[in-house]
Design a protein around this ligand. Structure first.
Ligand code: CA
Length: 184
C-alpha cells in the first residue's frame, strides 16, 4: 500500500511545474551566476548590465540582482533571467510570480511568460505582470505576478524576469522566490 502511494505521488510530482533554483541559492563556481538560469545581454556589450546574487543587508537568503550600467545608451533592450519550465500541461492556467525590490529604477520589474510551439519560433501565448512607473524605491519585498492559460500546441513554457534598460540606467532590480503554480 505504501509503495502504491509512493508511485502515485511520483506521478503527481512529474506533472507539476518545476522551476530550477527558484530562490537563486545555488550559484555556479565557474561563473558566479545562479544555476539553472540564462541571462540576456547585448552582443559584445555585456558590460552594460551586471547579473549577480547577493544576500542583502537584513535579508536571510540570496537574491538575484540585475544592475543596468550608469552610462547605458538610450536603447530598447530588456535585461532578464530566463529558463524553460517543465511539467506544464496545455489547457491549464498557471500563475507565475516573483518577489521584487528596487533601487534607482523608474519602472517595476516584470515577470513574463512566453509559450512557444515546437519550432521555438512562434509564440502561442504571452503574459506579463502589469507595468508600473516608480517614483520611489520598492524597499519591502513585493510580489509581482501574471497568469497565463497555456494553449494547445505549447512545447516550451519560457519564464522571464527582469527590467527594460530604458529609464533604468544605474538602477538595480532585486528578485527572489520565483513561483509557478496552477491557477484555480
Ligand atoms: Ca533566495
Amino acid at each position: 500500500m505504501e509503495m502504491f502511494f509512493a508511485v502515485l505521488l511520483g506521478v503527481v510530482a512529474t506533472d507539476a511545474p518545476v522551476v530550477s533554483n527558484p530562490g537563486f541559492e545555488q550559484v555556479s563556481e565557474q561563473t558566479g551566476l545562479p544555476q539553472g538560469w540564462l541571462f540576456t545581454a547585448l552582443p559584445n556589450e555585456a558590460h552594460l548590465v551586471r547579473y549577480e546574487t547577493k544576500v542583502g543587508e537584513g535579508q536571510e537568503s540570496r537574491a538575484l540582482l540585475i544592475t543596468v550600467a550608469n552610462d547605458h545608451p538610450d536603447k530598447k533592450v530588456a535585461y532578464n533571467a530566463h529558463q524553460d519550465v517543465p511539467g506544464i500541461i496545455a489547457g491549464k492556467s498557471y500563475r507565475v510570480s516573483a518577489k521584487v525590490r528596487t533601487q534607482g529604477l523608474r519602472t517595476l520589474p516584470m515577470i513574463v511568460v512566453q509559450c512557444l510551439d515546437s519550432s521555438e519560433s512562434k509564440f502561442v501565448a504571452f503574459a506579463r505582470s502589469p507595468e508600473r512607473a516608480l517614483n520611489a524605491d520598492v524597499q519591502q519585498w513585493e510580489r509581482i505576478e501574471t497568469t497565463v492559460l497555456v494553449p494547445d500546441g505549447t512545447a516550451t513554457f519560457r519564464l522571464r524576469i527582469g527590467i527594460p534598460a530604458e529609464g533604468n540606467a544605474g538602477g538595480t532590480a532585486m528578485i527572489d522566490d520565483i513561483e509557478v503554480v496552477e491557477a484555480r
